[in-house]
Ligand binder design. Sequence first.
Ligand SMILES: Nc1ncnc2c1ncn2[C@@H]1O[C@H](COP(=O)(O)OP(=O)(O)OP(=O)(O)O)[C@@H](O)[C@H]1O
Ligand SMILES: [Mg+2]
Length: 385
Amino acid sequence: MPTFETVNLTSEKSAVVIEIGSAYTKCGFAGENAPRCIIPSKAKIQDSGEERMINSYRDEEDLYNLLLHFIHYLYFKHLLVSPKDRRVVIVESVLCATNVRETLAKVLFHHYEVLSLFFVPSHLVSLYTLGTSTAVVIDIGFKETVVLPVYEGFTILKAWQAQPLAGEIVERELSKKLKLEHGPGDSDVKEECIQEEVIENIKVRTCFVTTAERAQKLEEIVHPPPVLYGLDGNRYIKVDGKTRESAFESLFTMDADEFSVPTMILDALLKCPVDTRKVLAENLLVIGGTSMAMGMRSRILSELKNLSNSAKYIDLLPIRTFKFHNAPAKGNFVSWLGGSIVGATEMVVSRSLTKDLYQKQKCLPDWVNLAFSNNYELKHKYFSG
Ligand SMILES: Nc1ncnc2c1ncn2[C@@H]1O[C@H](COP(=O)(O)OP(=O)(O)OP(=O)(O)O)[C@@H](O)[C@H]1O
Ligand SMILES: [Mg+2]
């Protein structure tokens, strides 16, 4: 790909690459192979000392305030560079709300006076880490799973799928189970000890994704041994084998609407043009923090094989081969790494929105804005792969 030939050829200071997820923000410099920090997307309001998640904003003014403090924290605690000297690459979801990206641009341009801003779609840039231009990108993060096929560098937008099947729902189910087991009767562990961070820690450290066969008969099988999770020196929570094995099942058990992570992939394929489906099915890329759970990929693969032979899909989708890519990074920062690669090419110079242009036109390039999607030159400049 000719784009890669320009990596690190620009003589400028390396751009800052930021990806603000609903749970974690990844932030670092373009051209580096990992973010400098992965921190909770939480801002500390200096006057009140209160800590709040970015996506808990009440209105635009509140969001502006949260982002202002959060960006300050990123630059002056983690990156330790002056915002004025560098370009910024924002890795964003294609489903990001317009008011969020506009407020972020306002904070960065008006308050921090950054040189330029370049918004890149997370699904598309994830492919830069592989050097390929065709894949179905499945992002299993915290709030939701988003599936988006990309064919020859073009996002097949009409095929996108998004469902709240990700880390949050897993934690909610796990918390219900643990609270039930360590209810008011348990003298050692009070319910309030089982807080969000503890639940997340238990999920990541002790739970795993079981196989499709075992998931069918969870009540009958012999489960793995329980694990004692230490709260402090004296108290612990006992996480039993069944809880450990069944924690991630909410991503696979189809609810009344018949949605699960594997059905989302098949539904996305069904919405793609017929001649692209086979090659897309053989190029699956699973990213996002929750995709790092042990056993996740092999479970998705076996579910895909079973489902593609089920009554619902057997005639509609005659595809039986599914293959995964191995990204050269941990799941939770694959898209950040894509942004880091793009940020090190000349694209960051030619495609960015500069501070002067922003102050003149007062609007951001956006694929949902007709002024951009109907104008060939603008469309080519900002959106082509
Ligand atoms: N090894 C692991 N096993 C299981 N889950 C993990 C692991 N590492 C991180 N996670 C989970 O991944 C989630 C965070 O993933 P990620 O950073 O991709 O989310 P995000 O980008 O903030 O969210 P979203 O993409 O939904 O906006 C958290 O719920 C975290 O608990
Ligand atoms: Mg994410």
